[in-house]
Design a protein around this ligand. Structure first.
Ligand code: FES
Length: 114
C-alpha cells in the first residue's frame, strides 16, 4: 500500500493566540500545536515521564508565563522550539515532534511522520 501523503489541515494560525497552544486529534493521536512568534511547533501530547497526556484542561499546555510547555501532572517544563524537558522528572528528554507547515496562514500536519 502506498504511503498516505495527504496532509491534515489543523486550523488557521489566527486561531491560536501568540505564545499559546491548542490540542488536536489526528489519526487517533492527540497532538498539541504551539504558536511562538512567527513559528508553530507541534508535538505528540504525551509526557516522556509516564506517557500520559500533558494537559488536564482542553488547550491548556503552557506555564503561567507562557514561556514553556508544561505537563499538568508533575509540572515538567519543555522548550517550545524543540520539546526538550528542562525541568522536572523527565529532564533531558524530549516531546515527540510532529512535522507541521504553514501555507497561506493555514497550519497543516503530516500524519505520515508521526
Ligand atoms: S507525567 Fe509529566 S511530569 Fe510526570
Amino acid at each position: 500500500m502506498p504511503p498516505n501523503t495527504q496532509r491534515t489541515l489543523l486550523c488557521s494560525i489566527d486561531e491560536i493566540e501568540p505564545n499559546n497552544a491548542r490540542g488536536f486529534e489526528i489519526q487517533g493521536q492527540s497532538i498539541l500545536v504551539v504558536r511562538h512568534e512567527t513559528q508553530v511547533y507541534a508535538y505528540l501530547n504525551q509526557c516522556p515521564h509516564t506517557g500520559v497526556e500533558l494537559n488536564w484542561m482542553p488547550d491548556r499546555f503552557m506555564d503561567l508565563e507562557k514561556e514553556y510547555i508544561q505537563c499538568s501532572v508533575h509540572g515538567a517544563l519543555f522548550k517550545i522550539n524543540n520539546g526538550l524537558c528542562i525541568a522536572g522528572p523527565c529532564q533531558g528528554r524530549h516531546l515527540q515532534k510532529i512535522p507541521v507547515a504553514i501555507e497561506n496562514n493555514l497550519i497543516y500536519a503530516n500524519p505520515d511522520l508521526i
